[in-house]
Each structure stands twice: as structure tokens, then as C-alpha cells.
Ligand binder design. Sequence first.
Ligand code: NAD
Ligand code: MG
Length: 303
Amino acid sequence: MMTDIGARAARMVRTDKKGGFPAQQQDPPGVTGDMTPVPDHGEQTYVGHGRLEGRKALITGGDSGIGRAIAIAFAREGADVAINYLQAEQVDADETCDWVTKAGRQAVQVPGDLRDRATCDQVVADASKELGGLDILVNNAGFQWDRGRGKDGLEGLEPDDVDRVIETNLVAVIWMCKAAAAQFGEGATIINTTSIQAYDPSPGLMDYAATKAAINNLTVNLAAALGPKGIRVNAVAPGPIWTPLQPATREVEKVETFGKDTPLGRAGQPGEVAPAYVFLASTADASYVSGTVLGVTGGGAVF
Ligand code: NAD
Ligand code: MG
């Protein structure tokens, strides 16, 4: 692992000031190894400071992208980590778990499609059993479809895609929260993953953006419902982040320009998002933070 100064230097070197990416596409859910360039999840840079010592976290979509970066950061902060993912992503899940194990923490795999409610219950039960408890739930699994055959807005929407977006991004989050909250004690926390799309929606992501706005709303209500039990609930709103989701669901032209329209002029890397989750998960740092959304957007406004 690098020193803090070494980590900052590495981050500056990797910054692509021009923004955008080489033309590429994958089929969903997409895998890390087929991306050019491969994203930076903080493997060489994230330095833990014991902020999550002894905690037990379940991260959905923890195989790749933002979820992998969260798993690495949480493990280096001292947490044991269970990840949920789709079976087709086993290669990515294995690599994430290798990083968790290398950090000296327990890594547990709980694959399953969260569009099925019984699977949500089972994933929470299995993660809790394997880890010997659970006190952090990160709802990070998500799906979008931005290939409406060149048509944005209502014309680009197809029923199967819309169902998949809403069931994955919103319905599954509700059932995951219900299952986890049933066994959470005081000091436990939920962190949802929303998006800049909740505030500044794109016509090509009409259904996706609506689910993210709904997650913001849900986060406020969950914080109100669970606060009296000493459970904090927050959300992180990433801007454009270079993950498998992008080449797996966007048209080529949108990959090439991805992130260029942000005030910082580039997409972010997953490793640049993970510290926001660490902060919100930390009982010491975020003890009075609940019901809010933390933006990691490269400058896009989250209000
Ligand atoms: P990613 O593809 O690496 O991760 C998404 C994960 O969701 C997949 O790895 C997959 O395991 C999981 N998933 C999808 N459908 C599922 C299902 N039915 N059941 C179980 N798991 C399922 O991409 P990412 O960008 O890291 O996405 C993580 C989260 O970040 C998503 O909620 C996404 O909406 C959100 N987000 C991403 C960006 C971005 O620009 N990448 C921006 C804002 C918000
Ligand atoms: Mg994945």
C-alpha cells in the first residue's frame, strides 16, 4: 500500500484532463477485464485508518465498479465484507474478494438476482450467517439502458428494459432494506446509491433517473423510520464514473464523450467515490449524519 502522499500523486497522474474514452461496447452486466482502460478501484492507493474496525458489511453489486472500490476501502478500514452480484460476474466477484482477503478481512460471496424478493431475503440471511452478523448495508446494484436505437425520451423506452431498471434500482432496494433492518441493531447503517441523474436527468435515461430520484425520497423516509432505532440511512450520488455499467449499457458515442460535460471535465474513477461511503458508514465520523445525500459528481449540483 502507498503512503497518503503517494496515493495523491498517483491520482494526479491518472487524471485524464481530456475526458472521454475509447469507443467500446459490452453486453450487460459487463465485466471489468474487457474495459479500456480498466477502472481504478483504489487498489494501489486506498489507505485505511481503522474507521470500520470490526464492522460487517453487505455490498450489492460488489463485484465491480463502485461496489468493488467500496469493498476494498471497507476491508482496508477493518470491515468484513459480503458481496452480492450476478452469476455472470463470477470472475469480477473473485477478484474483489481477493482484495478483501489481502486486506486481512473475511470475504463472503452471496450471488443472486435481486429482482426476486425471496433472493433479497436469502442474500441478507446468508451474508449475516457467514459474517456472524451485519451492521452495514450498501445498496449499490443498479441497471440502466441508454441504447434506445438512437432515440431518447419515451420513444427509446422498451417494456422489458424499463421493468429491469425499476425492479433492480428501486424495488430490490426496498426489500433489501426491509430484510436488513429486521436484524439491524443500534449503530447499524444503510447507504443507498443514487445519482446525479436524480437532479439533472438525461432524456436517454428517463426511467433510470426516475428510480434514482425515488431512492432519494426513500432515503429520507427510511432515515425517519429507522432513526428511533439508532440506525442511520444516507445515500451517495455519483456523477459519471468509469465502470462496466457504461460500456455495457450506452451507445458508443456516449462512451466516447462520457464525463466530458462535468465542471472537472472528466469522468471519475470508482476509487474516487468509495471514500464517501466510508465516511457515511463510520459511526465516529458520521454519527449525526442521516437522511442526506452526498454528491461525488465532478461538480454537478446535487440540490
Ligand atoms: P457496475 O456495473 O460495476 O455495478 C453495477 C452492479 O449491479 C453489477 O456489477 C451487478 O452485480 C449489479 N446488478 C445489476 N443488476 C442486478 C440484479 N438484478 N441483481 C443483482 N445485482 C445486479 O456499475 P457501477 O457504475 O459501479 O454501478 C453501481 C451503482 O452506481 C449503480 O446503482 C449505478 O446506478 C450507480 N451509479 C453509477 C454511475 C456511473 O456513472 N457509473 C453514476 C451514478 C450512479
Ligand atoms: Mg459487475
